[in-house]
Design a protein around this ligand. Structure first.
Ligand SMILES: [Zn+2]
Length: 291
């Protein structure tokens, strides 16, 4: 099981979620108001100060954001001739390992939403997140993203973090290296072309990483995000079961797994509507990697 499998090492290791969250000892009421109530989604948030540090490369190479920015792509003719190939950060071995939880000393949760986008569910999820001023991470499937580019852009425009969840959602353990690379690379490429953002986080379908997928993800500048709270919403256990599992299992530093694609996700949407206000009222912050 993912839960409790691996705390993300000691404080100070290379988890970009560390140090990017709210101040360590905020006044609870003020912190809640600042992080959850007042900050509009998409505005500079607690992540703002962290957005440059984790992506800076030791060699001083330009960040993916700068490279991918329309203003950095040179003349229109150059753009037309060839899309700019983003520069990837080279990951250290420690950075290449899946992250299961964030710093447990902060009352922070990372909400991650997989398998979309899906026009039936994603817009409602976005509205719920906006209602509570929450940034989440969307692990998008490439073949869904290419069918719904406007929805991908809307997720990004609303300030959420866009991440890579392969092109076709295969079990990566059974694919050749070349196929794994194709699954990851195509997806990063389409997300970059659609949003102008180079994905920096990856999640293996089912959480089934392989040595090859870890190596190839690192090669593509993708860190690996697992989870620590899994309500198995994809199996449609009932809205109340999803809510109960999340409220029972969430603790400071949790990474929560939900799904807005891959089937009927109406239970998930109803559960999000029910559990978000409870977690917010309990004083949790919500966080996502910087964009
Ligand atoms: Zn998935």
């Amino acid at each position: 099981m993912a839960a409790g499998m691996s705390l993300l090492g000691a404080a100070g290791c290379q988890n970009p979620f560390d140090g990017a969250d709210p101040p360590p000892a905020p006044v609870p009421d003020a912190a809640e108001a600042g992080a959850v109530g007042a900050a509009p989604v998409g505005s500079p948030s607690q992540w703002a100060s962290a957005s440059t540090a984790p992506t800076a490369t030791p060699s001083g190479a330009p960040s993916p954001t700068a490279t991918g920015s329309p203003t950095a792509t040179g003349s229109p003719s150059a753009q037309a001739a060839q899309p700019v190939q983003p520069v990837h950060k080279v990951l250290t071995q420690a950075e290449g390992k899946p992250v299961y939880e964030l710093d447990p000393s902060r009352k922070v949760v990372a909400l991650t939403i997989d398998d979309g986008p899906d026009p039936r569910y994603t817009p409602t999820v976005l509205d719920l997140l906006q209602k509570y001023g929450i940034r989440a991470t969307f692990f998008l499937i490439g073949e869904n993203a290419v069918q719904h580019p406007a929805l991908v852009r809307e997720i990004a425009d609303r300030g959420h973090h866009i991440a890579n969840h392969t092109w076709t959602h295969p079990d990566l353990r059974h694919l050749s290296d070349a196929k794994v690379r194709d699954e990851l690379e195509r997806t990063s490429d389409v997300l970059f072309k659609t949003t102008g953002r180079q994905p920096t986080w990856f999640r293996a379908p089912g959480g089934d990483w392989s040595d090859a997928s870890l190596r190839i993800a690192a090669d593509l500048g993708l860190r690996n995000m697992a989870w620590s709270v899994d309500p198995r919403d994809w199996a449609r256990p009932g809205t109340s079961a999803i809510v109960d599992t999340i409220l029972k299992d969430v603790r400071p530093g949790s990474i929560v797994l939900n799904h807005d694609g891959g089937g009927d996700r109406s239970q998930t949407v109803a559960a999000i509507k029910a559990y978000l206000p409870v977690l917010v009222d309990s004083g949790y912050f919500f966080t996502a990697p910087p964009n």
